[in-house]
Design a protein around this ligand. Structure first.
Ligand code: ADP
Length: 162
């Protein structure tokens, strides 16, 4: 039984995140999406709401081997407690590399037995991130193609069309 964690802020979850999650589900027996609060990013959605949005998508799409939890501690501790052997991260562009490289090496320093696995999304998602979606929502842009319908609906209720 090979378990991986997919950690992130997911504020909100986008189709790019889901592309990575689906690729990870093809490779591992179980994937736990771990939602960090990330107060430094002053999130739009509370941690609990981000978890609820992801839970709904997992159920809608019938991802039998995926689950979602909130976690704000040291990731490798959570990985060990859940017998996870890998951390999944998405790599979009070179700009992601420096930060991801540092995180991966520090996590390996803390827990050498846990691997970081980088997956690349479909090209159509390489320029997508949650903060662009939040900007488009706030400024009344069109972001329907970037998020699942439930997230779109929730964001529209926060930022109705002017
Ligand atoms: P963090 O705050 O840890 O960067 P995010 O919620 O932004 O977390 O993203 C979680 C993970 O998903 C990161 O590895 C990030 O690179 C990846 N990711 C985010 N958006 C995309 C995307 N459009 N395509 C592929 N991977 C993505």
């Amino acid at each position: 039984m090979k378990t991986a964690l997919y950690p992130g802020t997911f504020d909100p979850i986008t189709n790019g995140h889901l592309d990575i999650l689906e690729r990870a589900l093809d490779l591992f027996d179980k994937v736990i999406v771990t939602v960090a609060n990330n107060s430094s990013k002053s999130p739009l959605f509370s941690g609990d709401e981000r978890v609820a949005l992801i839970q709904e998508i997992i159920e809608d799409r019938k991802y039998a081997n995926a689950s979602v939890v909130r976690f704000d501690g040291l990731l490798v501790n959570f990985a060990r407690n859940n017998q996870a052997i890998a951390l999944i991260r998405g790599l979009r562009a070179i700009s992601d590399f420096e930060y991801e490289f540092q995180m991966a090496l520090m996590n390996r320093n803390q827990a050498p037995e846990i691997a970081t696995v980088f997956l690349m999304p479909h090209e159509r998602y390489t320029y997508l991130n949650s903060s662009i979606v939040r900007e488009l929502a706030r400024l009344d842009g069109d972001y329907r193609e970037f998020v699942p319908p439930s997230v779109y609906k929730r964001m529209k209720s926060l930022y109705p069309t002017k």
